[in-house]
Design a protein around this ligand. Structure first.
Ligand SMILES: *[C@@H]1O[C@H](CO)[C@@H](O)[C@H](O)[C@H]1NC(C)=O
Ligand SMILES: *[C@@H]1O[C@H](CO)[C@@H](O)[C@H](O)[C@H]1NC(C)=O
Ligand SMILES: *[C@@H]1O[C@H](CO)[C@@H](O)[C@H](O)[C@H]1NC(C)=O
Ligand SMILES: *[C@@H]1O[C@H](CO)[C@@H](O)[C@H](O)[C@H]1NC(C)=O
Ligand SMILES: *[C@@H]1O[C@H](CO)[C@@H](O)[C@H](O)[C@H]1NC(C)=O
Ligand SMILES: *[C@@H]1O[C@H](CO)[C@@H](O)[C@H](O)[C@H]1NC(C)=O
Length: 344
């Protein structure tokens, strides 16, 4: 990421006249004082010429879904910092050289193996892969050749650049607003601590206890009735019913959306299900497969029914009603940094 940031500075900083030895004096690198999802510590020499040996630590504080856009804003200031003017806004820069980069799609820039920064990117461990996951990434010392910017006249000023990385996908929050077992004498009752429920756009975590009052031979069928309503609950529609069969057989299917739930149940659950009290303190449902559904900014009212086949008789063993609220938040900044470069 930061390698990309440097590129832009170099374009602005290198001198027009190749006969002179240009020296760069980085004065300050700082993360902007906002609570960004990503922060970067940069280590560069106090002075360098057109080869810059840099290392960095990227702290990604939370998962950053989706596409990233990069912007850089540059200010040219006099050496006493009394006069500054906005010099170039790279996002709208007309220069052909820069137009070859699509700053809107940082993920693709990272994957490109033929860029002058590509070698440096391979020095990042663990590698940066979109979508970014929470964790630290270390850029081992890497030498960047900044001579690409030699056509620019930049000496004699202090350059102040602001870099921003913006996540342009929307973030989705899921929360369970109600959860009830249907009235009746079903063998299984499932209780959720709705306060502790949390989720993002791919997973919802529901700490749960399951009381099984009588042995249940199998789980032959699960039906899910869904109503999708707007926040005011004025308009509702039934987009689709879902039905799954033979659940016992697919308990161990790692790809199933409920695997993150079933596999965390204690004591481990298997068919036939013995009467007992089960807990899934950190059970999750994977909703990434439902990405294609228009699930944003809605209230989902669901009724889940689980059946057991007793001979020819179908018995309702679990019946649950829940309401899930889905909200999305718009683009926000994930990382930002300021750099001043002084050139003499
Ligand atoms: C910054 O974010 C962390 C966790 O994301 C949060 O605990 C903290 O309160 C936030 N601070 C500010 C000033 O927003
Ligand atoms: C780059 O800097 C590191 C220390 O930060 C040093 O170990 C390494 O030798 C330097 N590499 C070059 C090519 O100057
Ligand atoms: C990222 O951007 C590309 C190109 O604009 C687009 O095709 C893709 O769907 C986007 N991905 C996401 C997750 O928004
Ligand atoms: C619940 O159902 C079981 C058999 O399925 C039965 O033995 C029991 O008496 C029922 N309890 C109530 C309160 O209806
Ligand atoms: C859930 O929230 C309610 C009311 O807000 C509170 O009384 C209860 O203690 C909370 N439960 C947990 C497990 O935090
Ligand atoms: C819940 O599971 C997630 C991953 O599946 C893990 O990151 C998290 O630490 C777990 N939380 C608890 C309280 O066990």
């Amino acid at each position: 990421m930061n390698v990309l940031l440097i590129l832009l500075v170099s374009l602005l900083s290198l001198a027009e006249n190749a006969k002179l030895v240009r020296k760069y004096y980085p004065l300050k690198w700082a993360n902007c004082p906002i609570n960004a999802s990503m922060q970067v510590d940069v280590f560069v020499p106090k002075v360098f010429t057109k080869f810059m040996n840099m290392s960095a630590v990227l702290h990604i504080r939370e998962n950053i879904p989706g596409n990233l856009t990069f912007t850089a804003e540059t200010n040219k200031c006099s050496l006493d910092m009394k006069n500054c003017e906005k010099y170039l806004d790279v996002g709208v820069m007309e220069l052909d050289l820069i137009k070859i980069f699509s700053f809107k799609d940082v993920c693709r820039l990272i994957e490109d193996k033929n860029m002058f920064y590509s070698a440096a990117l391979t020095n990042i461990a663990p590698p940066l892969i979109c979508p970014f996951k929470a964790g630290d990434h270390i850029l081992k010392p890497s030498v960047l050749d900044l001579s690409i910017g030699e056509m620019f006249r930049a000496e004699g000023f202090i350059w102040v650049a602001n870099f921003r990385l913006i996540a342009i996908t929307t973030k989705v929050q899921l929360s369970i607003t109600s959860w009830e077992n249907c009235p009746g004498n079903q063998s299984m009752k499932m209780y959720a601590s709705t306060n502790d429920t949390y989720g993002d756009q791919t997973k919802i975590y529901i700490p749960t206890t399951i009381d099984v009052s009588r042995d249940v031979k199998d789980l032959s069928e699960l039906t899910l009735e869904v109503n999708r309503c707007d926040f005011e609950m004025k308009k509702c529609e039934k987009p689709f019913p879902l039905r799954f069969t033979d659940l016992c057989k697919s308990f161990n299917n790692k790809k199933a959306f409920y695997y993150g739930f079933i596999s965390t149940i204690k004591p481990p659950i298997s068919c036939p299900i013995k009467a007992d009290k089960y807990t899934a303190t950190n059970g999750s449902f994977d909703l990434s497969a439902s990405y294609f559904l228009p699930i944003r900014d809605n209230v989902w009212i669901t009724k889940t029914k689980l059946y057991c086949n007793e001979g020819k008789k179908r018995e309702l063993v679990l019946c649950l009603m829940s309401t899930i609220k889905v909200t999305q938040t718009r683009a926000r900044r994930v990382g930002s940094r300021q750099k001043k470069i002084n050139q003499k």
